[in-house]
Design a protein around this ligand. Structure first.
Ligand code: ZN
Length: 145
């Protein structure tokens, strides 16, 4: 699997945004850019990245996060019009353990078709109600901080 661990400003997406390497760009605005993923899980598979180098979701400003989702929404609408997929999957990975392979925030917009072979393991733990409530309490405390 390809993994880009370049420092900020020199990563493959920063170089792409600077026009130093070619890309099939489909949309850009002040804060975001959308271009085709080289791997093309299905036709129209697009990456939406923020223009400023920010490694993960946690490094975005709230405004950048909103801008990225606004562009992903727009690209998803376009992918639906252009390729008429049966479904669409958005995937956003953070950190190596989260499946991130380029350390510059991006969202995958993936047109989907039945039996296209794209998958995500989803190992449910189904904890009991009291464990769910303990997790919720931890998150509420963090949100209130
Ligand atoms: Zn970058």
């Amino acid at each position: 699997m390809f993994v880009d661990t370049s420092p900020a400003g020199q990563c493959i997406f920063c170089r792409l945004i600077a026009g130093e390497i070619p890309a099939s760009v489909v949309f850009e605005d002040a804060q975001t850019i959308a271009f085709l993923d080289l791997g093309q899980l299905n036709p129209g598979h697009t990456l939406v990245a923020v223009k400023r180098h920010a490694a993960t979701l946690l490094d975005l400003t709230p405004d950048e996060a909103a801008a990225a989702m606004r562009t992903a929404h727009r690209v998803a609408q376009a992918a639906q019009t252009a390729f008429a997929p049966a479904g669409l999957t958005l995937l956003q990975c953070n950190g190596e353990a989260g499946g991130q392979t380029v350390g510059h925030f991006h969202i995958h917009v993936v047109p989907r078709h039945a039996d296209d072979g794209v998958g995500l393991l989803w190992p449910r733990k189904d904890p009991p109600r009291e464990v769910l409530e303990a997790y919720a309490a931890q998150l509420r405390q963090a949100l209130a901080a």
